[in-house]
Design a protein around this ligand. Structure first.
Ligand SMILES: [Zn+2]
Ligand SMILES: [Zn+2]
Ligand SMILES: [Zn+2]
Length: 344
């Protein structure tokens, strides 16, 4: 958007103009969108075609982004680590919590196993849908030839030299995915994929499912820990009857610390699960809150960066969130909201 101020918006000159030739101080350029010749000030590097509306930025043309293989390799490592971590939490949770719950009651043991299974399946399903499906590509549009490209057909389109394709204002090129993504929010290394028009909903579903799962893990591990933690013994047989509150807290803390040396492997795993799940939970709650805020405003993270320039109308509305989650075909409904803000 910053480049918009530098644009030289000119009128379409027509193909016959080639016979006239540029005057002093002007230079002839070809519009990548419609193929027409344009006369521009010689120092113009960013310009907009008066016929098709395509924007040309000569500084970006032919710029090739390297390092794609390295980013793909990094993303696959992240996906492997995240999948291993989720499997570890599930297996460790089942191993350390289930025996305790079953020892209390078979009914609650089966109930707990059912909830664990549902949360695990939901988390892995939403993760797979966010990570392994294409994040969204824009439909192919015709470009490059004057009779085929009509007036305003490529309004504010730019050219992606990496994909060799026309790129709409709603589309961004992702260097990690090596392709243009429609309604790109951000590239998430933890899913090894972009978050875009086609997988935004599964991504939000994954965040919600993981937050609910980690809350459940923390609560159940805490509950199991209360049953398996070694009994507290007050040091030196101190009496707490007439002690101050500070004294009581200090003695309980010291007793807990000394009993920690008697912890079994199961207790150590429970403590690890509580710390790990709460840490993950805090990070994901912040991310989910930020994502819901953008959806409420009808924006993506990337579009919010450009809208901060001041020319984008923000329509904050709860209907944006309802449309995002509302029906099986929410993808197309989400797009219809976005179209209020952007033209193709
Ligand atoms: Zn043009
Ligand atoms: Zn591209
Ligand atoms: Zn990407």
């Amino acid at each position: 958007m910053e480049n918009r101020s530098k644009l030289v918006d000119i009128e379409m000159l027509g193909s016959e103009v080639g016979n006239v030739g540029p005057s002093i101080g002007e230079k002839e350029r070809i519009c990548w969108g419609c193929g027409l010749r344009l006369l521009l000030p010689s120092n113009a590097h960013v310009f907009k075609c008066g016929w098709c509306g395509a924007i040309t930025n000569e500084r970006l043309l032919g710029h090739d982004h390297g390092g794609l293989w390295w980013r793909r390799w990094r993303d696959r490592c992240f996906v492997f680590i995240v999948c291993s971590f989720m499997s570890l939490i599930i297996c460790a949770g089942v191993w350390s919590v289930c025996p305790v719950i079953f020892s209390i009651s078979n009914f609650w043991g089966i109930f707990h196993s059912g909830i664990t299974l549902i949360l695990a399946v939901t988390t892995f399903t939403t993760y797979s849908r966010a990570a392994f499906r294409c994040a969204g590509t824009q439909p192919d549009v015709q470009w490059g030839s004057y009779p085929l490209v009509g007036r305003g057909d490529l309004e504010d389109f730019t050219f992606c030299s990496s994909c060799s394709k026309a790129k709409s204002p709603r589309t961004h090129h992702c260097r990690s995915c090596g392709m243009c993504i429609l309604d790109m929010d951000h590239h998430c290394p933890f899913i090894g994929n972009c978050v875009g028009a086609a997988n935004h909903r599964p991504f939000i579903g994954f965040l919600i499912s993981t937050i609910v799962s980690t809350i459940y893990v923390a609560v159940m591990c805490g509950y199991a820990g209360l049953h398996t933690w070694p009994r507290l013994k007050l040091l030196n047989g101190v009496s707490l009857r007439n002690a101050s509150a500070f004294h009581v807290i200090r003695e309980i803390f010291l007793a807990t610390l000394s009993s920690a040396f008697l912890m079994s492997t199961q207790d150590i795993v429970l403590v690890y699960l509580i710390i790990a799940s709460i840490s993950v939970q805090i990070g994901l709650v912040v991310l989910l809150w930020q994502q819901l805020l953008f959806i409420y405003k009808g924006q993506t993270y990337l579009s919010s960066l450009s809208l901060n320039g001041g020319d984008g109308a923000k329509e904050s509305d709860c209907r944006n969130i309802l449309s995002f989650f509302g029906c099986p075909n929410a993808f197309s409904r989400y797009l219809s909201i976005s179209r209020k803000r952007h033209k193709w």
